[in-house]
Design a protein around this ligand. Structure first.
Ligand SMILES: O=C[C@H](O)[C@H](O)[C@H](O)COP(=O)(O)O
Length: 215
């Protein structure tokens, strides 16, 4: 599927404009986007990055990385996803970058999501839902997740997020009310953020292919 990811990423360059600060997500699809963005490095004002991984790749291309507190509101955010439903609601966080991704998505006018066709689903939840938690709350949050959803929380042991936190992956869900579930899970003390992007879905979804499909 990496060719499809590359095609989606390259199509997202259509949304980049002169002078922009571009919000940049995380993951293997975004890596192709960063590589394509390199050709624009003298035309854009820089990038806001959602992870140490993307920051390193941006810098390796000589693209300036700007602190989100300095950048202000962004016109464009480009990021991948683990699942995408027909309403452009997403599951994200397979690479543990969900919290910073959510912050940048919220700060952006337009969120362009780049995926291959395997990420399209009728109902979210087959991909385990990532939830970033404060380490001391891991077991409390896991019990609450089980009680509230009936899903099976699994600790992504050994993974520490860029914010110094841990990740629980919630298995066996069929998410029929993504906005409600996002709101509900965000209330659990110790939850930093939930990898459901439903309240703020993508604005544009590009599905890689020949030619790419723009939804
Ligand atoms: O935390 C990681 C992100 O949410 C990624 O955007 C997501 O996991 C998709 O990654 P990939 O493009 O590697 O499939």
């Amino acid at each position: 599927m990496s060719e499809a990811k590359k095609l989606a990423a390259e199509k997202a360059i259509d949304y980049v404009e002169d002078g922009m600060i571009v919000g940049v997500g995380t993951g293997s699809t975004v890596a192709y986007f960063i590589d394509a963005l390199a050709a624009w490095k003298h035309r854009i004002a820089g990038a806001v990055s959602s992870s140490e991984q993307s920051t390193a790749r941006l810098k390796s291309h000589g693209i300036e990385v700007i602190d989100p507190n300095v950048a202000g509101p962004l016109q464009l955010y480009v990021d991948g996803a683990d699942e995408c439903d027909p309403h452009k609601r997403l599951i994200k966080g397979g690479g543990a970058a969900l919290t910073r991704e959510k912050i940048i998505a919220e700060a952006s006018d337009k969120f362009v999501c780049i995926i291959d066709a395997s990420k399209q689903v009728p109902v979210l939840g087959k991909f385990p839902l990532p939830i970033e938690v404060i380490p001391m709350a891991r077991s409390l949050v896991a019990r609450e997740l089980l009680r509230m959803t009936g899903g099976q929380p699994v600790w992504r042991e050994g993974v520490v997020t860029d914010n110094g936190n841990w990740v629980l992956d919630l298995h066996n869900l069929a998410i029929t009310d993504p906005v409600g579930l996002e709101r509900e899970l965000n209330q659990i003390p110790g939850v930093v953020s939930v990898g459901l992007f439903a309240r703020r879905p993508a604005d544009v979804v590009i599905v890689g292919g020949e030619p790419p499909k723009v939804l």
